[in-house]
Design a protein around this ligand. Structure first.
Ligand code: PLP
Ligand code: ZN
Length: 385
């Protein structure tokens, strides 16, 4: 059983009925976040019992929103490996360097986690047609989970998105619309489609449950490391779902009394060609201004206007974290290093975290004794041409 209580706006505190389809807090133009009855779970649930359940993301069903077993469909998402990187760690002078390798997820990226949960919950609440704007990977994931649930998907993607992303969407039988422009233009057209046809819009943070799916990365990380989280987590940040989700996961685990140590410092990694969050962190701003002329080969990081900027910036600050922008050359050589030194064919977004780490080690921001976890958010196979 899910212990879902309600949804709350993190800005004004207003609460919303979680048993109905909800989108955002319109008064604050803010995402909504799910709340669970954690004090009850703290006395009922045993972390080691959870660890022994069948593998996969639904293992965490009490702190996920889906109520009925029949809707907990999946494709084998979650429980990705946490791999030690001994050679790269030695190169960088670090004692304990790991990568959480999300490439093993269905559709080849961690977008599967978010869509698995968001689609399941929305179908449970009655949605039958979905729409999403995407740089590529979210579209592939929505198409797959819509097919899994037997519902309709409409995908708005920039015309210059990688060929593989278009093909996977069409292979799953979804309706693909190519858009001249970037993800923000795709977002405008998707929103118009939602208004016109009543499609449910699962844009990043425009509904409350993709972030719940992505938070399972943080839950797994805690379990993988024996409930003692690493000192530093580096995350390739586009819309920030994974970063906000993990930070939420760590807070929930703390409320459950399951964490043995402290929470990590969260590091936002972006590309120099599109770094709105890095700029906001450097300026000490509470909001991230839209980035003009966004460009990077790391398509998942090409998000010029960040809807959940307040939540991302709060997580970085509360955690004592930081933000770093890396060049295209640094991303390319980090991809090579991961593949040649450790055998990991990372996506450019994931490789960006290694490039960011190098900078932070050089600056002395990360110490040699600290345990560091990189997130490789997808498979490099999706980026080969
Ligand atoms: C979407 C995406 C990202 C960015 O994810 P957010 O959690 O929304 O910041 C990073 N890497 C890849 C491969 C992606 O597809
Ligand atoms: Zn509000």
């Amino acid at each position: 059983m899910s212990a879902l209580l309600d949804l709350a706006c993190p800005e004004c505190g207003a609460t919303f009925d979680a048993d109905r389809i909800q989108k955002v807090c319109q008064a604050c133009d803010s995402p909504l976040l799910a709340r669970y009855d954690l004090s009850r779970l703290a006395s009922e649930l045993d972390r080691d019992e959870l660890a022994s359940r069948p593998r996969g993301l639904w293992r965490w069903q009490e702190i996920l929103p889906v109520q009925q077993e029949a809707f907990r469909l999946g494709l084998g998402e979650g429980d990705t490996p946490l791999l030690a990187l001994p050679r790269l760690g030695q190169d960088l002078g670090l004692r304990a360097l790991y990568v959480k390798d999300e490439s093993a997820n269905p559709t080849g990226t961690f977008k599967a986690r978010g869509m698995a949960v968001a689609v399941a919950r929305a179908v449970e609440l009655g949605a039958r047609a979905f729409v999403v704007p995407t740089a590529g990977n979210a579209g592939g994931a929505l198409a797959a989970y819509a097919a899994r649930h037997g519902v309709e998907a409409h995908i708005f993607m920039p015309a210059d998105a990688p060929h593989v992303n278009r093909q996977e969407v069409q292979a799953a039988g979804a309706d693909l619309r190519l858009v001249e422009g970037l993800i923000d233009e795709a977002g405008r057209q998707a929103a118009a489609g939602a208004r016109q046809h009543g499609w449910f819009d699962v844009s990043t943070f425009k509904e409350p449950y993709r972030v719940e799916g992505k938070k399972t990365m943080g839950l797994e990380l805690a379990q993988d490391l024996g409930w003692d989280l690493p000192e530093v987590v580096l995350y390739p940040t586009g819309g920030g779902t994974g970063l906000v989700g993990m930070w939420k996961a760590f807070q929930e685990l703390e409320a459950l009394g399951w964490l043995d140590g402290r929470r990590p410092r969260m590091v936002v990694v972006q590309a120099e060609g599109c770094a709105p969050v890095v700029r906001a962190v450097e300026q000490g701003a509470a909001r991230a201004e839209p980035w003009e002329g966004a460009h990077t080969t790391a398509a998942g990081l090409r998000v010029p206007k960040v809807y959940a900027d307040r939540l991302i910036l709060r997580a970085v600050r509360e955690s004592g974290g930081t933000a770093v922008a890396v060049s295209e050359e640094a991303i390319a050589s980090a991809m090579q290093e991961l593949a040649r030194r450790e055998g990991i064919l990372a996506c450019p977004e994931g490789a960006a975290t290694l490039a960011g780490l190098r900078r932070l080690v050089e600056q002395g921001w990360v110490g040699p004794e600290e345990r560091v976890v990189l997130f490789n958010t997808g498979s490099g196979l999706k980026y080969l041409s």
